[in-house]
Design a protein. Structure first.
Length: 415
């Protein structure tokens, strides 16, 4: 294929991914904003309020399994559409669960709703199937960056959803999920209609003349074996999963730490918003740094930023404080460094036959570790306090930093 034709396909691919990331992000974050409240309302106890979120993260990990097989066999379009379609059905299930007040249905629907996160995560890899090696991290980070738009717009639909829910004679707390249904339906349709030609299949077709081994390999188990064969890939997986777990464990407990110090809900919302800005808004700069300086050094910088962030959080008093606000912003920024650099390293070191399985396995591990970290975080805070949770997280961030500095091959580029 001529270079200008490749550029045209890549531009179309990026444009499609940008639109679906925004639509999927709106659909996801609109519902997530009231998820814990809806769970508490249906269950009748705050004890179960976090189960909806836990099942959603678990769903993200579980749905990565069929998505990986489908991507390997039929390309990115089919696999990413599956995730959005599952989340669409999950959003409908959450509306029904709220209406009939059925908690088991809420948990089952939350599992499906996690498909939106699975697709949003996997979309970053679709951005680099046809990307030039010199711009791989920047184009990956662009797809990560546009998540900011959906993450900001989604929660702001909570207010407008109330009159819509009342007009339809529905419980107020299911109102945001009506926007989720629309956003996820549109994301599914845009993905199915416009991600053509499929970037992974196109990359395989372009490589057929030079590589007889570009056929699909399609399972998470195969992906785990692929990752295990290489120290560089294992370090990239460690950076991806542990960096994500550090961020999730501290972030999910921060509202509780602030609320115990009588912080206002608006202040808590502002701190979390600044954290989200740190996660996504600077990812294009992170991607440029990976392309310019290498994944190893950006992973190290991200891990060290997580160390500073958790140290600030550990020393912050209950309630609101400038120290905690800065710590949460840096927590997001450090996550961006580990997430983009590790994802770029995986994209660079996995060959075409290995790509779908290896990337799917990496995202499944990342989600499972995050789900475990989020669950354990509550136990640590309950028994030892937020201070020790942050210090424990800091120790894990140091492990990532040591792994990155001791692995020069993390900058290896794809063959």
């Amino acid at each position: 294929m001529r270079e200008n034709a490749v550029d045209h396909v890549q531009r179309r691919t990026l444009a499609t991914l940008v639109v679906t990331q925004v639509l999927g992000g709106i659909g996801l974050s609109a519902g997530v904003a009231v998820g814990a409240l809806l769970a508490e309302d249906i269950a009748g106890s705050a004890t179960y309020a976090g189960l909806g979120g836990t099942f959603q993260v678990l769903g993200t990990a579980l749905l990565a399994i069929p998505m990986t097989s489908l991507i390997a066999a039929r390309g990115r379009r089919s696999g990413l559409s599956l995730g959005y379609a599952a989340a669409f059905l999950g959003a409908i299930g959450l509306v029904v669960a709220g209406v009939i007040r059925n908690f088991p249905l809420l948990l089952a629907a939350s599992l499906l709703f996690g498909g939106a996160t699975a697709s949003n995560n996997q979309a970053r890899y679709a951005a680099v199937d046809l990307a030039p090696a010199t711009r791989r991290a920047r184009q990956l980070s662009l797809v990560v960056w546009v998540t900011t738009i959906g993450s900001v717009l989604g929660p702001n639909l909570v207010g407008p959803s109330e009159p819509v829910a009342r007009a339809l004679d529905l419980p107020v707390l299911v109102g945001p999920y009506l926007f989720s249904v629309v956003g996820l339906a549109l994301a599914t349709l845009v993905m199915l209609l416009f991600l053509r030609p499929d970037p992974l299949l196109e990359a395989r077709r372009r490589s057929l003349a030079g590589d007889a081994q570009v056929g699909p390999r399609g399972s998470v188990l195969e992906g785990l074996r692929i990752l295990r064969r290489s120290r560089v890939r294992l370090v990239a997986l460690l950076t991806l999963a542990v960096g994500h777990a550090v961020m999730v464990s501290v972030m999910v407990m921060t509202p509780l730490h602030m609320r115990h110090g009588h912080a206002e809900l608006t202040v808590i919302g502002l701190v979390i918003s600044l954290h989200i800005v740190g996660m996504f808004a600077f990812s294009p700069i992170t991607g440029w740094c990976v392309d310019r300086f290498g994944a190893r050094w950006v992973a190290l910088a991200g891990a060290l930023t997580l160390v500073v962030a958790t140290l600030l959080a550990s020393s912050s008093p209950m309630g609101s404080s400038s120290r905690l606000t800065l710590g949460l912003f840096l927590l997001g920024l450090g996550w961006s460094g580990t997430y983009v650099s590790a994802s770029s390293a995986l994209a660079a070191t996995l060959t075409l036959p290995e790509r779908a399985s290896g990337q799917g396995a990496a995202d499944m591990i990342m989600s499972l570790v995050a789900a475990g970290a989020g669950a354990i975080a509550g136990v640590v805070v309950d028994h030892a306090g937020f201070h020790w949770l942050a210090l424990t997280s800091m120790a894990f961030a140091l492990v990532v930093a040591l792994a990155a500095i001791s692995t020069p091959g993390l900058d290896t580029r794809a063959p």
